[in-house]
Design a protein around this ligand. Structure first.
Ligand SMILES: NC(=O)c1ccc[n+]([C@@H]2O[C@H](COP(=O)([O-])OP(=O)(O)OC[C@H]3O[C@@H](n4cnc5c(N)ncnc54)[C@H](O)[C@@H]3O)[C@@H](O)[C@H]2O)c1
Length: 255
């Protein structure tokens, strides 16, 4: 049973497609949730404070404010991220830096800000957004894929460093969840089919499915799991050609 009642949770990128649902899911399960994003809002289910995670001072101030208000910090979900695309030959080094500033340094500085509190509690959960792109990148995604692969290795090292304090650090790796960031749903139909053909479950994922995985990692059920990447991709990595199974089923007219 997932029980998050009373847990103090910070979710970054909490206005986004996945982050807003993660924040809401935690709140629905009784957690005290502080959302962070580039702009503040107090109109949704979860109040969101302004914090640019690429700025170490803002990151520290945001975590300190939550700890000052609630006396502890149980879960940090580093969900904020940006997508930067462009062939290596043409990629603007400034865009590369910005991608790493948010996706990788943002995770690092938020974790750094949270460590002392979690160590003093002898408990805590750090949950970082990786991506399927950290394992199997797309052409034109060098900056994004490298930034997410770095998050995976960073998280493993962090898990090692925080093990003695009973603080876990894991990644979640969403697969293909249509959002403004990736525009999957706006692609031409043939391209959508091509992408879906790479997925064992052969459908887009939902933000709710990612949020459920994040809540699991935050819960007591995952107390013996650290330094891992939880793949939430509908089986992107299960087999090379999952569409073969669909074809075989179709030929036998089973569906
Ligand atoms: N959607 C997918 O299919 C998918 C796949 C793999 C990984 N991811 C990862 O999941 C996370 C959420 O993605 P999403 O699809 O919801 O994207 P999104 O663009 O809908 O949301 C990202 C949020 O992060 C915020 N943000 C950007 N820069 C920030 C900064 N400097 N400081 C604070 N907040 C900042 C944005 O304002 C936005 O609200 C990202 O880390 C993304 O890389 C998504």
């Amino acid at each position: 049973m997932i029980d998050l009642r009373g847990a103090v949770v910070v979710v970054t990128g909490a206005r986004g497609a996945i982050g807003s649902v993660i924040a809401r899911r935690f709140a629905e399960q009784g957690a005290i949730v502080a959302g962070l994003d580039l702009a503040a809002t107090d109109t949704g289910a979860v109040p969101i404070r302004a914090c640019d995670v690429s700025d170490p001072e803002q990151a520290r101030a945001a975590i300190n404010a939550v700890v000052a208000e609630h006396g502890r910090l149980d879960v940090l979900v580093n969900n904020a991220g940006i997508n930067v695309t462009g062939a290596v030959e043409d990629l603007d080094p400034g865009a590369w830096d910005q991608c790493f500033a948010v996706n990788t340094r943002g995770v690092f500085v938020m974790c750094q800000a949270a460590i002392a509190t979690m160590k003093s509690q002898r408990s805590g959960r750090i949950i970082n957004a990786a991506s399927f792109a950290a394992t199997i990148p797309s052409v034109g995604a060098a900056a994004y894929a490298a930034s997410k692969a770095a998050v995976v290795q960073f998280t493993r090292v962090l898990a090692g460093e925080l093990g003695p304090w009973n603080v876990t650090a894991n990644c979640y790796a969403p697969g293909m969840i249509p959002s403004a960031m990736n525009g999957f749903a706006a692609l031409p139909a043939a391209e959508q089919e091509e992408l879906l053909d790479t997925l064992t479950l052969r459908r887009w994922g939902t933000a709710e499915e990612v949020a459920d995985a994040v809540c699991y990692l935050a819960s007591d059920l995952a107390r013996y799991t650290t330094g891992t990447v939880l793949d939430v991709s509908g089986g992107k990595f299960a087999t090379q050609r999952p569409q073969a199974a669909y074809r075989a089923v179709g030929e036998r007219e089973e569906c």
